[in-house]
Design a protein around this ligand. Structure first.
Ligand code: C2E
Ligand code: MG
Ligand code: MG
Length: 688
């Protein structure tokens, strides 16, 4: 059939073969099957007799009328589109074994494909069957698989360009491709692969590879082989794009190893890292610097949690900036950070390093309109011969950090064995305290409060003591901080309230006219159940309303002022009064003091100790007390001179060793009787 007649049977406007007629005229006379395939329309637009025979069509017209899209898989359609692009970009020729389906029956044919420009300018495909390759079924299937797989398969000559690329490889790899080496981003990969091929004949590697879509992560397998045609040495490369997989794995690893807030490494990474060093015996000279932010809770309370986050992020950035790239920096959680230094572990070098860290962190940290000052406490411990496990060194650095906190914060402590012993003792106390709260081992001693003018004892401060079965009486300074840290303070606080309230009820029923003050720790105050506990005690028969005073410290007043004021009002409404203990040592925002329902300010012992030098401060507090309608008590009065100064300056109440040390209940009761103003003799006798 003439090309003209094809035109008559097909859409004349869309098909223009006239310019190709000459070449097709020749094709008509060839014995090999030749046909032209319009990729866009999935139609054969020209076929010589041999092609008609191959396709089992009676006439060319019949064949051209067939809709090839009907039994074409999406993969084949995609491949054909790719060919179309390849033909347009370069005068490409492909020779491939294809499976044709004339009338639905599969048939393997080796076909040469090349571009064929239709009259309307669109790129079609000229196909020439080389031979009827009705091979063994397995051969056909393998050829088909090679053609359609997404796995990129390439045969390279040993040191030169590819001898064969399957369609997937052709689509992915950049052209011109001069060698296998040119595919690899890192030249070291090539050296490694060649070396391994020389040794064992093959190698596998996940690495960065150049592709038409830029750099991608490929899983590459290479095998050394020979070209089946020439027998020359060759490399068979199988490649799979694993970029998405790798990205997902990297993200998962990143999430597992990193702290989300600061993007620093986290505790589990740090542990793996140090344990890795331990396993490889690389820990000598390795030092752990453990630091945390001083009074970080106050930063959160005062400026809000966003500010706390800003501070942590800034600390991470600033710490990183003063470290060498090989030093490891991790955030353990909260405000705790760890640096691992593997270089110079001399004390001088470490001190210099910490100094740099401090000065970087101490610069004010901007947040909103505020500038936040942060300081750090630091503990340092190194790997030594006898302590060489992660948990030991971390614990030692932690103990040293704890010592820095005890030493007043904003300082650095190097671990020593003495400290280790103290820490063990502290741990023992912690364990014993757990038993003590269950075993009624706590009592209160009472320190009287003197009305300076009348000379009467008007109150008693209950101070807790722990009667340790072996150690005897333990003072609160030893165990209160541990109770605070471990949370035992809630239970201990309840015990103190129980003893104190019971005692107050007993004294009032016995006609002793005394206020009883009880200390409340910040943590106990912030416990949501605190007010309810107080309510329970206030509901007891004989509870002396208005005569039990709770001593809180200034730190309790920091934070959300409305919330605190509300809680304090609820407490006073139940029948307790509120004193500020150790006044003048903590944070006092004077503008807020007047908004809280306070009945008493207790001037801290340190100011009384410094009298008369500290006179102006004491006078200031006395005036402040007057202004807000609160009594002022001077604590820690130890001498007659101090008491005289306070009397002269119109301070109404005093407490201290000069009057008496805290006393056990019965001693206290005897003291109060002896101290009655009418009984100067009894007082002197008692003192004697
Ligand atoms: P604080 O509430 O300021 O109690 C006063 C402390 O100063 C008492 O020490 C008392 O013995 C001591 N002191 C009194 N007068 C003088 C003096 O003239 N000179 C000197 N140098 N010291 C004097 P203590 O009993 O060892 O208590 C220490 C701290 O432990 C208390 O300070 C208080 O903060 C805390 N604490 C005591 N009992 C409790 C309690 O039941 N609960 C809570 N949360 N804390 C308590
Ligand atoms: Mg107190
Ligand atoms: Mg005090």
């Amino acid at each position: 059939m003439a090309v003209k007649s094809i035109r008559s049977t097909l859409d004349m406007g869309r098909l223009h073969l006239s310019e190709a007629e000459a070449s097709l005229g020749i094709a008509r006379r060839l014995r090999a099957a030749v046909w032209v395939f319009d990729i866009d329309r999935a139609r054969i637009v020209f076929a010589n007799d041999a092609a008609c025979q191959l396709w089992q069509a009676d006439t060319e017209e019949d064949l051209c009328a067939r809709d090839m899209a009907l039994d074409m898989t999406p993969t084949v359609a995609k491949r054909l589109k790719q060919y179309q692009i390849d033909f347009s970009q370069a005068d490409s020729i492909f020779t491939e074994l294809w499976t044709l389906y004339p009338n639905g029956e599969p048939m393997g044919v080796m076909v040469v494909f090349r571009g064929f420009r239709l009259d309307d300018g669109r790129m079609a495909m000229q196909c020439e069957a080389l031979s009827d390759a009705q091979d063994q079924p397995d051969n056909l299937r393998s050829a088909e698989a090679l053609l359609h797989t997404d796995v990129m398969i390439t045969l390279f000559s040993r040191d030169g360009p590819p001898l064969y690329l399957n369609p997937a490889a052709r689509n992915a790899f950049p052209t011109p491709l001069n060698s296998f080496e040119a595919l690899l981003v890192d030249p070291a990969d090539f050296t490694q692969m060649v070396a391994r091929m020389a040794e064992v004949g093959e190698h596998r590697l996940v690495t960065k590879t150049h592709t038409v879509a830029g750099t991608r992560w490929f899983d590459l397998s290479v095998k050394s082989c020979s070209d089946a045609v020439t027998g020359q040495p060759a490399i068979l490369l199988t490649a799979i794009d694993v970029s998405e997989l790798k990205e997902a794995r990297d993200t998962a690893r990143h999430l597992a190893d990193r702290d989300q807030l600061t993007n620093l490494h986290n505790r589990s990474y740090l542990q793996n890292y140090l344990e890795g060093l331990e396993r490889s015996g690389d820990t000598s000279g390795c030092t752990v610097i453990f630091f945390d932010v001083d009074r970080f809770k106050l930063i959160n309370d005062r400026y809000g949690h966003d500010a706390g986050d800003t501070v942590l992020k800034q600390i991470a950035i600033r710490a990183r900036a003063v470290l060498s790239p090989e030093d490891m920096l991790a955030r353990l959680g909260g405000d705790e950070f760890v640096i691992v230094i593997e270089g110079d572990s001399s004390k001088a070098a470490l001190e210099l390093q910490v100094e740099k860290l401090r000065s970087a962190i101490s610069k004010p940290i901007p947040h909103d309109k505020s500038r936040i000052d942060a300081t750090i406490s630091v503990g340092i411990a190194g790997y030594t011969d006898d302590s060489d496990c992660f948990s030991d060194v971390m614990r030692q650095a932690d103990i040293a950090l704890y010592a820095s906190k005890q030493g007043g914060r904003n300082c650095t402590t190097f671990f020593n064995t003495q400290m280790g012993k103290a820490a063990i003792a502290r741990d023992q106390i912690e364990v014993a305290l757990g038993h003590a709260v269950l075993a009624d081992e706590f009592i209160l001693h009472y320190q009287p409060r003197l009305d300076i003018q009348s000379g009467e004892i008007v109150g008693a401060e209950g101070l807790v003591r722990w009667l340790h079965p072996e150690r005897g009486m333990v003072m609160p300074d030893v165990f209160i901080p541990i109770c605070e840290e471990t949370g035992l303070i809630d239970e201990l606080g309840r015990i103190v309230l129980e003893i104190g309230c019971t005692q107050a009820i007993e004294w009032h029923q016995a006609g002793l006219d005394l206020d009883v003050s009880l200390n409340v720790s910040p943590r106990q105050f912030s416990d949501p159940g605190f007010v309810t506990t107080l309510q329970d005690f206030a509901a007891r028969p004989g509870f002396p309303h208005g005569r039990i005073e709770l001593e809180i410290t200034e730190t309790v007043l920091i934070g959300e002022h409305n919330e605190i004021a509300e809680k304090l009002r609820a407490i006073t409404a139940i029948g307790y009064s509120i004193a500020i203990d150790d006044f003048g040592t903590g944070y006092s925002n004077l503008s807020y003091i007047s908004r809280f329902p306070l009945t008493c300010l207790k001037i801290d012992r340190s100011f009384i100790d410094q009298l008369p030098a500290s006179g102006p401060i004491v006078q200031l507090i006395l005036t402040l007390g007057q202004q807000i309608g609160a009594r002022v008590v001077s604590e820690g009065v130890e001498t007659q001179e101090q008491l005289d100064w306070l009397t002269d300056n119109n301070c109404k109440e005093a407490q201290g060793y000069f009057i008496t040390r805290p006393l056990a209940v019965r001693d206290f009761e005897r003291f109060v009787q002896a101290f009655a103003p009418s009984s100067q003799r009894g007082r002197d006798e008692y003192r004697a």
